[in-house]
Design a protein around this ligand. Sequence first.
Ligand code: RP5
Length: 162
Amino acid sequence: MKKIVSIIIGSDSDLPTMKDTAKILDEFNVGYEIKILSAHRTPEELKEYIKQKEQQGTEVFIAAAGGAAHLAGVIASYTTLPVIGVPMDSPLNGFDSILSMLQMPPGVPVAVVSKGSWGAKNSAILAVQILAIKYPELKEKLKQYKIKMAQEVIKKNNNITI
Ligand code: RP5
């Protein structure tokens, strides 16, 4: 399977959360690669990796980082591909991560999703939605995903006990 999503995490400590991203991409049968690279600890390697991935056919980047989380913005500075940012939890309850990713100045956007595991899941779904513009089979799978989600909610009404 061609790896069209590149997931870059700032630290191995982000991996437990970002496994949820991988699980959903697996469900949609979308190929991905996960790499640990940091904007501030391995800046040269990060730049090199982005260029390499672009040449190898990456279509969407997902970046997860916490604290002064400039990883997604730095990736966006090196590529014209869409970058989805997932703010990780932090000693400041993730607010630092959210603001660092979200407040990109004009010209270098990052699509920021929710913090932590919600965002990890949503980053995969958003990546699939972006890819679905090009791959019709993904559009169909997304429709089915939403139908299943709605059915699960409706079913819960049969199990309400007070
Ligand atoms: C960020 O700093 C990483 O993305 C991680 O969320 C946070 C803490 O990293 P470690 O000290 O656990 O390596 O760069």
